[in-house]
Design a binder for this molecule. Sequence first.
Ligand code: SF4
Length: 103
Amino acid sequence: MKLRPDCTKLDKKFGWSAQGYLLPCCWCDLKSTFDGKQGALSELVKEHLHVDKVNSIDEVLDTPEWKNFHKVITNDKITNETPEVCIRHCGQGMRSIRVKEND
Ligand code: SF4
């Protein structure tokens, strides 16, 4: 399986978490993202990427964390860095549904 990431499409909008972080899409605003359980996605909610610590969206997107996230979701293979939420919503052959987390 590989991902077909919706967030790399030009018309896909970013997401924001209530905690003040830019996210690649609204599906990523999960407790597990902030608990460090979503691989490369969880790296995007480090303290230095908080909206209070940056000057622009471009500054956020230019960080190693966001560049690595892009690399992970456009990789030909699923790795241990691939966020489970991305597999669920954008995995090849997967149906995009919102599922309540139990964690
Ligand atoms: S679920 Fe992951 S791959 Fe899909 S649009 Fe959101 S961030 Fe991108």
